[in-house]
Design a protein around this ligand. Sequence first.
Ligand code: PEP
Ligand code: MN
Length: 263
Amino acid sequence: ALAAKDGRRSEIEIAPGVSFGGTLVPVIAGPCSVESAEHILACAQAVKASGAHALRGGAFKPRTNPYAFQGHGEEGLKMLAAAREATGLPIVTEVLTPSEVGLVSEYADCLQIGTRNAQNFKLLQACGQQPKPVLYKRGMAMTIEEYLQAAEYILAAGNPNVILCERGIRTFEDHTRNTLSLSAVPELHQRTHLPVVIDPSHGTGHARLVPDMARAAMAAGADGLAIEMHPDPEHAMTDGAQSITPEALTDLIVSLARVAAAV
Ligand code: PEP
Ligand code: MN
């Protein structure tokens, strides 16, 4: 079900006019976490003004430290829905457990499966049994082959709308948080018909590296980008170091159009 179809992408629409795998290369942008109703609304307005196409933000956060902020949960989903109402932006948000898939699916336009859950096969199946598209991130220690076999769990459970996402893998290198494997774009394109998104934020861990890697992803043929943006990165509750400012996002989107025109 994953095999490439004459080099053609499946086009996966998360909301009217926002599809991955077609001519548009949508940018999903927003904070790592939904911090408050006011915060996500301000973020959504900045995302909209930048020209990006969808809003991201975590309500359920997979944290390394159990005492760290775990997200606002269902309240956070309601805050995201209000931000969508105000801006018209579709929302992409992570789901952590099979038992919360129904809840997240009621609010989200697209469900995100995170790197830490990439081989949680019960979660993959649960996301395969609900109707919303899935942004499925590669596990940080998965080979491409393992990633594709795991993606098949979602499709086999009944949901063909899977958007793949390379977000960096673990290597010995430590100048970045992860090593962004950009060759995953052409490799996945040659092996599957599913669209491929690049997340240069988790892929590098440093805001100063994000714009160049986003442009490189565009040049490599990515079908979309997922970018963390925060109005005040220094005070972000999570992932501030890799979050770009609204101004940087606006500049990036202008320059992405130049890259797209050049390749
Ligand atoms: C996120 O998108 O904020 C996130 C937790 O991503 P990942 O699963 O790629 O670490
Ligand atoms: Mn994050």
